[in-house]
Design a protein. Structure first.
Lengths: 112, 112
């Protein structure tokens, strides 16, 4: 089955630790995205990548980093510099930028 | 800066009722508009994508319309069912190569 996988579903970390969220797609999509969802705030764009080895910052990139070494993978690292990392993180992909986006099941990160 | 607003924030209807969800955006220069469904704690499911040159799209009991000049889109759900209960999100893509900008969603509850 084609789709987007995110792992793990739930992630718990202590404050001050970096953590990496996984996003993999087997849809052969060029573009991939990371969004953050907080209660009452909707989804906000963190980073996106239109092609391998290239990515752009979104509206709330501070405290996050990404890499795009392979077409099917777009991991997100939440660094200790992110002041409020507890949130629901969603990964998406589209065949090209501007086309229909498909989302993964999300990772809920809790930092205490 | 593009802003997307969804009204109402929450809606409760009895089963069988036809209903309309509203989405407005401040900048009419969009590339496309996408409607999503989100169940609690889950990722987003794409419902309909309307390209900027289109006026509407239909899928089963769902019909989405787009009026770019007035900055509005509506999602019409016919003969609502309890299984339609979810949060519905509207999102637009602006200039080519950019990612989605989301509204905060309308949470729909359909009672049997």
């Amino acid at each position: 089955d084609g789709g987007i996988t995110q792992s793990p579903k739930y992630l718990f970390r202590k404050e001050g630790q970096n953590v990496t969220l996984s996003c993999e797609q087997n849809l052969n999509h060029d573009a991939m995205y990371w969004y953050r969802q907080d209660p009452g705030q909707g989804l906000r764009l963190i980073y996106y990548s239109q092609i391998v080895n290239d990515f752009q910052k979104g509206d709330i990139a501070e405290g996050y980093s990404v890499s795009r070494e392979k077409k099917e993978s777009f991991p997100l690292t939440v660094t200790s510099a992110q002041k409020n990392p507890t949130a629901f993180y969603l990964c998406a992909s589209s065949i090209f930028a501007d086309y229909e986006q498909y989302f993964g099941p999300g990772t809920r990160l809790t930092v205490t | 800066k593009q802003e997307v607003t969804q009204i109402p924030a929450a809606l409760s209807v009895p089963e069988g009722e036809n209903l309309v969800l509203n989405c407005s955006f401040t900048d009419s220069a969009i590339y496309n508009l996408q409607w999503f469904r989100q169940d609690p704690g889950k990722g987003l499911t794409s419902l309909l994508l309307i390209q900027s040159s289109q006026r509407e799209q239909t899928s089963g009991r769902l019909n989405a319309s787009l009026d770019k000049s007035s900055g509005r889109s509506t999602l019409y759900i016919a003969a609502s069912q309890p299984g339609d209960s979810a949060t519905y999100l509207c999102a637009v893509t602006g200039q080519a190569g950019t990612a989605l900008i989301f509204g905060k969603g309308t949470t729909l509850s359909v009672s049997s």
